[in-house]
Design a protein around this ligand. Structure first.
Ligand code: FES
Length: 276
């Protein structure tokens, strides 16, 4: 079979007659992104992610269906190609909502990898819902997060206030862990200073604050004696958010996050009730 020589970027490589640019480039260790190309199946050139520039040709060519020609000069990573690829991935993502953090394929998704490689933030693409706010509220409702917060008031019993408080904090933290993916998404959006996410986050925080204030007023009025229920609730809320951050960052230590969280809740309860 005749051997052809051609150039990819600044590298001379060889290919056999009939071999595609994609196949020869990959054999030489030169990456070209693809989506519809599957080894062993015929190529159809549908997704256009494998586009390359060929010197002397005005059009971009799909490398998976373009045969190598002797002396050809191919470019695989120009600014023009990067722009096209980003646009193609964005159009693919625009077909429906892609909220990776609540998707079962998160971390094992070719489209997600391509989005990252082309510089797209998947979590910022919301097309199906009228607004990002609507999407976040829908996820919130679907996960029942506000309902979870509403049931955090401990049942009255003969436990000491300290144990009741530890139970309450632990119960809220467990609720947060159950919707961890969603809270991670919220944190990511907040870090990006996303205004819409901030308003949904405020709703969550207000729900937690109300729940804590109500519990203090009804069950632990002595906690509010010096500083007021709202201040104590804010302090507890900050503790909860800090604990969640520590859990996400993996610095809680121990093998069980819930045991570590429980220990911290006990410590907070002990400080608040040090005169018991
Ligand atoms: S891999 Fe899809 S067009 Fe080439």
């Amino acid at each position: 079979m005749p051997v052809l020589t051609f150039r990819v970027n600044d590298q001379d490589i060889t290919a056999h007659s009939g071999q595609t640019v994609l196949s020869a480039a990959r054999e030489a260790g030169i990456p070209i992104p693809t989506l519809c190309h599957l080894d062993g199946l015929s190529d159809v050139g549908a997704c256009r992610l494998c586009l390359v520039e060929v010197f002397g040709t005005p059009k971009l060519l799909a490398s998976c269906v373009t045969p190598v020609a002797e002396g050809m000069q191919v470019y695989t990573d120009t600014e023009k190609l990067r722009d096209y690829r980003r646009m193609i991935v964005e159009l693919l993502l625009a077909e429906r909502n892609h909220v990776c953090s609540v998707c079962v394929a998160n971390g094992h998704c070719e489209l997600q990898d391509l989005a990252a490689a082309t510089g797209l933030n998947v979590a910022s693409l919301y097309h199906y819902f009228p607004s990002k706010q609507d999407l976040l509220v829908a996820v919130l409702a679907e996960r029942g997060f506000l309902d979870e917060l509403a049931i955090t008031t401990p049942t009255p019993g003969d436990r000491t206030p300290r144990i009741e408080l530890a139970d309450l904090l632990n119960e809220i933290l467990q609720s947060m862990l159950e919707v961890e993916d969603f809270i991670r998404l919220m944190l990511g959006e907040v870090m990006r200073n996303d205004e819409t996410a901030l308003s949904v986050g405020q709703e969550l925080i207000a729900g937690t604050q109300d729940s804590l204030e109500q519990w203090i007023a009804e069950d632990q009025p002595e906690l509010a004696r010096d500083t007021g229920a709202d201040a104590v609730a804010r302090m507890l809320r900050a503790t909860l958010i800090g604990l969640f951050f520590e859990h996400v960052a993996g610095v809680l230590g121990g093998t069980s996050p819930s045991a570590a969280l429980r220990r911290r809740a006990d410590e907070v309860a002990a400080i608040l009730h040090r005169n018991d």
